[in-house]
Design a protein around this ligand. Structure first.
Ligand SMILES: *[C@@H]1O[C@H](CO)[C@@H](O)[C@H](O)[C@H]1NC(C)=O
Length: 407
């Protein structure tokens, strides 16, 4: 018996090692294709556009005299936030003067990009509105997008730690869910059919998309963003390729957040964790609701209800993200290889607006089911859970919800 058990343990360890190895390889592959995207951006040849346009008389020249409401309606951020953004990325989007023409000033570059994020639209009409060349619009959107991602991602998007973690846990506790540091979710972003492997991008509702996986805090701010997997990929595959997953699973104890924040209940350690829908796997660091296939006890029903209502912050975040930046709502012209960066940039801008209290206007609300909008695919339940310690943690929270909340 003992020998058999030893062999089982060895086999299990070996399987685990192979799985980690596989994950690393897949990640390396992914990163190498991302590197290709980077070089694609930097090697874009800029077209020479020397034609002089009639000065004045376009949208941009009028924008200077917009009142605050008009400005915000056009650029989705108010002037204060716009100036703040310009301060953050302006120096990195300055272009050198050439012999042909004066370079377009950073303020206009940022304005073009925000306008495009807010509605996508044709490059031709944007070019006319802002008095720039058509090819320039495309180049500027790429350049400003990259500047936002490279300069601001780490500063504005990170999992909570220290005092921010305390605040987050407390805020979820106020929503009757304990030990929670964020909610994870995924959403599909429509794209035009890409040239390479277009079928991989068709999701279960039949349209082409890339997936955004995100972790969101109690304020519906993004704390982790992972975008770009083809629409046909399952939540669990996207998750297991993400940095987030490696970060949690690479720790010897398999927890994502510091264990000194754990609570002991009924002799079980209840760690700080994320919450997700049933398409995600159950892990000690990622708790999800019970499958509705079985008859649930009233305690389990209550747990499921509480978890799902705490999880709604993800839906709010996605709704605001897409309502503000509508280039994520319909197919747009930009190359698919650029989409992960566009999505990330929009998430960063969303956070900056939320932090600045530059509020989301009711008229930006999107009716997801209205005709012309893409209906999100249903999430398929993940049934491969066999992580016994996570089951124990979930059962412990379920049975002791009230006492854990009073902790
Ligand atoms: C922009 O919004 C912030 C937050 O509501 C506010 O403090 C600021 O005064 C606004 N700026 C303008 C120009 O309206």
């Amino acid at each position: 018996m003992a020998r058999i058990r030893q062999r089982r343990v060895r086999e299990m360890m070996e399987r685990d090692r192979r799985r980690r190895h596989y994950l690393r390889r897949r990640r390396a592959f992914l990163l190498s294709s991302m590197a290709a995207v980077f070089s694609l951006i930097t090697s874009t040849s800029r077209h020479v556009w020397v034609r002089n346009r009639s000065p004045g008389q376009n949208f941009w020249s009028e924008a200077k005299s917009f009142d605050n409401d008009q400005w915000k309606a056009q650029f989705r951020v108010n002037r204060t936030t716009f100036d703040y953004l310009l301060e953050l990325i302006g120096p990195s989007i300055v272009r050198r003067k050439t012999n042909y023409r004066k370079p377009i000033e950073p303020r206009r570059r940022l304005a073009v990009t925000l306008w495009w994020f807010a509605r996508s639209g044709e490059y031709r009409s944007i070019a006319n509105m802002f008095g720039v060349g058509i090819a320039t619009v495309c180049t500027m959107v790429r350049q400003v997008t990259s500047a936002i991602v490279d300069l601001l991602y780490q500063r504005f998007v990170s999992l909570p730690s220290g005092p921010r973690l305390e605040i987050t846990i407390q805020a979820f506790k106020d929503r009757s869910y304990p030990q929670c540091a964020g909610a994870i979710g995924a959403t599909h972003i429509p794209i035009a059919p890409p040239r390479d492997n277009p079928d991989d991008y068709i999701n279960s509702n039949g349209w082409h998309s890339v997936i955004l996986q995100a972790v969101v805090d109690h304020n519906s701010c993004f704390t982790d963003v992972y975008a770009g997997w083809p629409g046909s990929t399952s939540s669990v595959t996207v998750l297991s390729s993400s940095d987030l997953y490696l970060k949690a699973e690479d720790r010897p104890d398999g927890y994502l957040f510091p264990r000194d924040k754990s609570i002991m209940s009924d002799g079980v350690e209840v760690p700080v964790h994320l919450i997700g829908d049933t398409s995600f796997p159950l892990k000690p660091w990622l708790i999800k609701a019970y499958s509705q296939e079985h008859q649930l006890s009233s305690e389990q029903q209550h747990f499921t209800y509480t978890l799902n209502s705490a999880r709604s912050v993800v839906d709010t975040a996605f709704m605001r993200l897409k309502g503000r930046w509508r280039c994520l709502l319909k197919k747009n012209d930009i190359d698919v290889s650029m989409m992960p960066r566009v999505v990330a940039a929009c998430c960063i801008l969303h956070n900056i607006c939320e932090i600045q209290k530059d509020c989301f206007l009711p008229e930006w609300n999107i009716e997801m089911t209205s005709p012309g909008n893409f209906v999100q695919p249903d999430t398929a339940q993940y049934d491969g859970d066999a992580y016994c310690s996570a089951e124990v943690i979930r059962d412990t929270i379920t049975h002791n919800l009230l006492s854990i909340l009073q902790y």
